[in-house]
Design a protein around this ligand. Sequence first.
Ligand SMILES: Nc1ncnc2c1ncn2[C@@H]1O[C@H](COP(=O)(O)OP(=O)(O)OP(=O)(O)O)[C@@H](O)[C@H]1O
Length: 462
Amino acid sequence: MSGAVVLAETGAALAAVAGGAAYTRAKAPSVFWSAVGLPVTAARFSATYGSTMDACGLTVAPSRLRVLVTRATTRREIRPVPPRIRRIRPTTTGLRVRLRLAPGQEPADVAASAERLRHAWGVHSVHVAEIKPGVVELRMTGFDVLRRVRMPRRVPTGELVVPVAMREDGTAFVRDYRAVPHAMTLGAPGSGKSVFVRNLVTGLAALRVAIVGIDCKRGVEQAPFAPRLSALATDRDMARDLLDVLVAELEERYDLIRDYQGVPRTVTDEEITSDIWGLPAELRPVPLVLVVDEVAELFLVATRKEEERRDHMVTQLIRLAQLGRAAGIFLEVCGQRFGSELGRGATMLRAQLTGRIVHRVNDKPTAEMGLGDISPEAVLASTQIAPEMPGVAVAGDTSGGWSRIRTPHLSLAQAAAVCWQTAHLVPDLPALDQFRPYVPPVVVIPPKPSAPPRFAPNPATE
Ligand SMILES: Nc1ncnc2c1ncn2[C@@H]1O[C@H](COP(=O)(O)OP(=O)(O)OP(=O)(O)O)[C@@H](O)[C@H]1O
């Protein structure tokens, strides 16, 4: 190793200890992009737009009127016409260009040329998104935005919308529970599932929602979220009781909808089409998100009695997944694998989970469990995630769309701090009181002038 490299590494390590280098390096790609990359790319794009589109076969013959006008007014050669540029918007990660497609063109034509456009304009990637019929957006990124994730400043918002990760096109990946009520997250050990859940829980923590956890790994993953959890089950017996209470809550919510609408009790829950959002705000029950860590733990059986318990829990989970959306009860199920080998009901439960997030997996069959019914390209993309990029995942939903995403790194301590700070937002749900995790009383450490307040739990003295 040369002396210069040693010096550079030592300097970087020292600065990192001081807390400065990490920040500077994290900012570097977007700062470099804004200062240098953006003006160069914008100039290259403007100067070569017509010829590049022509070379990529994305132009059409000009209309007769255009030919006549050009001939009558200029001596210019009559050239084929590229899609008209509607808008150009620079961002901190790239450049977004909206195009009105020419007659006869479709978004797939532009998407097929994305790789050629990327090389022509010298950017890291070009993604094509359909905005509305006839209008597409070219999302160019100037650098690999997944290498050091910084969430975009503008993120979609909503009553049940949680920005969780960054997409490779520079936009935010959100969990929108009203659009995709249930989801599953798969990944090999160390692939980034826990960090994904931390981002999700801290996002949910700020919303008006009850968060319920099942973590049969004795709560090691979810216990730090305790101050913001309405309920936590840390073993299979507790999980069974908690699922029973959740199904009872679901049925109560259906009764509420039925009573409000005057629907007779003879109509089954499955036939009620409306949901809690049709109720007036003062009657509407609080939405509830159930986060299941390592679903395989629920399916494990050693004896016949445990088999009965497993079957019962799976049935309850399937019921929650089938009927939960209308009652405002949503599922987030995580695991290393989610196949038929888990036992009876596993594939049926999986089929109810529309959102699919697959981190690095060890084999193709596992990727197929999550993404097989979405697209073969998504399966391939998930098998190509590098081990040195934990947190990268392929996210899709059963509508067929998918993209590569990565969560911002969030430590357990940071996630726990957010849960402490939002503990007052835990909604009142008396049915879940018996499952409320023990939370040690808070000691508020008086803030230094100019420092933000910090919270720390008392040592547990139960
Ligand atoms: N988005 C990310 N950015 C950077 N590092 C990450 C990211 N996600 C995870 N990591 C790192 O990868 C390692 C494993 O992550 P994590 O604990 O989330 O994996 P996991 O899939 O939950 O593993 P297990 O199943 O063993 O619990 C951790 O050291 C974590 O800091």
